[in-house]
Design a protein around this ligand. Structure first.
Ligand code: AHR
Length: 324
């Protein structure tokens, strides 16, 4: 009897130990790295997709994320970076809304010994070593690809003169500057190409509509091409073109950038002619870079994702859902 009781007690102890061991394995482990990320806002489907991707990848990699949304204001981003410094995060990442005006806060991060990663957009500075690297699209190449499509399209249609209106992204932002430079450099040697006007649409749908109303009023049926720096502004401009009695995709060549699902669907309908991809999926590269920096390893100065062009030159029926 005593032997049986002892055996039972041993079993209970073993079972309890097993349970407590299993529990420990299930418990969340201490986060290995604390990352402070300042997102610039929520102006587009691209931006919302980018935030979601960074959150998902932080989760996947076990990175503890302090995420702050600056609602389109540089001063909010500067305040967020200061909070990250005060909180002593391991790494700071941010998507600068514009290129200038970051020196002071980045010098503070540098003095605190916190490495800074630029996500999506670049900064302009005379100082050295304020940031470790840039993870984002090659915006210049996107502008080049947009122009190359236009040149092919003009050839195919046998156009002798091509009047272009450009709706640009936020003034002084990296994608605005570089997409424009890539586009202008590529059309420069083609005598048919003529920019009627370039106007700031701030990457917003409402501004895209406003700009298009003004452009139609000013240039009406002389417009051959609308080159819009993002899908959001393109989607704002299209109904205005239709309201003015023109058929987008036929009366006017429509070129957009981003490649979100809504724009791809409109491309398939024939109301947009070309969409240059700009992927918001930068989270994986960001998390891997965060771990490298935490381990004291060196990282590549610039990491560009692979991007492609979607257009009416292709069969898009089997294109996978875009996810943003
Ligand atoms: O910086 C990337 C750009 O910002 C995307 O093209 C645009 O949609 C976003 O707002």
């Amino acid at each position: 009897m005593v032997k049986r009781l002892i055996a039972c007690a041993v079993c209970v102890v073993l079972a309890l130990t097993a349970v407590s061991c299993t529990k420990k394995a299930d418990e969340p482990t201490e986060p290995k790295v604390l990352l402070g990320f300042s997102q610039l806002g929520s102006e587009s489907a691209w931006r919302i997709g980018n935030t979601k991707d960074i959150e998902e990848q932080a989760d996947r990699y076990g990175v503890s994320l302090m995420l702050e949304n600056a609602n389109q204001k540089q001063e909010n981003q500067i305040d967020a970076i200061r909070r990250f410094i005060a909180y002593k995060v391991d790494v700071i990442a941010f998507s600068p809304i514009v290129e200038e005006g970051w020196d002071n806060v980045l010098l503070e991060a540098k003095s605190a010994g916190i490495p800074v990663i630029l996500v999506d957009r670049d900064i302009s500075t005379q100082k050295v070593d304020l940031t470790t690297c840039l993870i984002g699209a090659d915006f210049y190449k996107e502008g080049v690809m947009a122009a190359e499509y236009l040149i092919r399209k003009a050839d195919a249609l046998g156009l002798e003169q091509v009047n272009i209106v450009e709706i640009t992204g936020t003034e002084n932002s990296t994608p605005m500057r570089q997409r424009q430079a890539g586009f202008y450099d590529t059309i420069a040697s083609d005598g048919r190409m003529n920019i009627l006007e370039s106007i700031d649409g701030d990457f917003l749908k409402s501004r895209g509509a406003e700009c298009m109303r003004y452009l139609l009023k000013t240039y009406s049926d002389t417009i051959d091409v609308v080159f819009s720096h993002n899908d959001e502004m393109t989607l704002g401009a299209l109904p205005e073109i239709e309201k003015a009695g023109f058929v987008p995709g036929k009366d006017m060549i429509i070129i957009s950038i981003d490649g979100g699902q809504e724009a791809i669907d409109v491309l398939k309908e024939g109301r947009i002619n070309c969409v240059v991809e700009c992927t918001p999926k930068l989270g994986k590269a960001l998390m891997e870079t965060v771990f490298s920096l935490k381990a004291g390893e060196s990282v590549d100065a610039v990491i560009h994702p692979e991007e492609q062009v979607f257009s009416d030159e292709q069969d898009l029926t089997t294109l996978a859902p875009r996810g943003y």
